[in-house]
Design a protein around this ligand. Structure first.
Ligand SMILES: CSC[C@H]1O[C@H](OP(=O)(O)O)[C@H](O)[C@@H]1O
Ligand code: ADE
Length: 297
């Protein structure tokens, strides 16, 4: 096995747009492209372009028109498509409910931890025939998180650094008892999509971070109505300008970091992760995995 380095990777910034973010503006040379992957089709075509000379790729997580539920999103195809298009750094923009009084609707949270309560999703590119175990101790890239936080601050957006995103299966919102339980665990925000997305990005050695936009107080808050799609969409619309200006700001900033991210630990997630003996590996699976793990195969 050879462990190559990513040192010469040119930065390509990926953005996965969640609820309310189905397109991004301001790109030059933009083109929607069809991408197929060994795990099937992503949620939609991907929008390729450049912003201030930096290459970027955008994908609406639920498809344009919001076609896929959180359970039905093909997370493996989405991440593999990003990898195929050369994405080095991936930012998810996600709508979330707040589990803390101080995180009021309209606040942006650069989350740094996850609790995964999703149940019906395929969580790994690796399977029988080639098993791998990557670290998820820090599921979000700390360097990417820091950059996003700084960019949001510069735009004078109300932003909080750090917080735990609890992933629920959905599609129904939580019961009050569940919402209280998650609060007692210390979770900050709740959503339905960041797992397995974060885990798959790690397996694909793509730096990944999330800007979580608080849209509601879920259903635990006695002075606020329980969350509804109407309320979420209303707050998303009010914050669309902030979300767009942040995306337009962080793409060039990330692409132009002087030292890039080639030495980031996320880029070495697979260095010691593969455990199946080479002679026991399934050659068909190995071939498929070259799309996301070619560096170590
Ligand atoms: C429309 S409310 C519930 C929906 O919104 C969030 O989506 P995303 O994470 O893609 O912004 C949440 O996770 C649910 O999928
Ligand atoms: N309260 C909530 N629960 C789950 N996902 C959400 N997305 C936005 N608000 C949410």
């Amino acid at each position: 096995m050879s462990i190559n380095s990513h040192t010469h990777d040119k930065p390509v910034i990926g953005v996965i747009g969640g609820s309310g973010l189905y397109n991004i503006s301001g790109l030059s040379d933009q083109q929607w492209v069809e991408v197929d992957t060994p795990w099937g089709k992503p949620s939609d075509q991907l929008l390729k372009g450049t912003l201030d000379g930096v290459s970027c790729v955008f994908l609406p997580r639920h498809g344009r028109g919001h076609v896929y539920s959180p359970t039905d999103v093909n997370y493996r195809a989405n991440i593999a498509a990003m990898k195929k298009l050369g994405v080095t750094d991936l930012v998810s923009v996600s709508a979330v409910g707040s589990l803390k009084e101080e995180l009021s609707p309209g606040t942006f949270v650069v989350v740094d931890q996850l609790i995964d309560r999703s149940r019906l999703r395929t969580k790994s590119f690796f399977e029988k025939g080639l098993v791998a175990h990557v670290s998820l101790a820090d599921p979000f890239c700390p360097k990417l998180c820091q950059m996003l936080y700084e960019q949001a601050k510069q735009l004078e957006i109300k932003v909080v650094k750090g917080g735990t995103y609890l992933v629920m299966e959905g599609p129904q919102f939580s019961t009050r008892a569940e919402s209280q339980l998650y609060r007692s665990w210390g979770a900050s925000v709740i959503g339905m999509t960041n797992m397995p997305e974060a885990a798959l990005a790690r397996e694909a050695e793509i730096c990944y971070a999330t800007i979580a936009m608080v849209t509601d107080y879920d259903c635990w808050h006695e002075e606020h109505d329980a969350v509804s799609v109407k309320a979420v969409v209303g707050i998303l619309k009010q914050n669309a300008r902030h979300a767009s200006s942040l995306v337009e700001k962080f793409i060039p900033a990330l692409g132009k970091r002087p030292q890039g991210n080639s030495e980031c630990q996320c880029k070495h997630a697979l260095d010691y992760a593969l455990i199946t003996a080479p002679e026991k590996r399934d050659p068909v699976l190995v071939e498929r995995l070259k799309t996301i793990a070619g560096r170590v195969l």
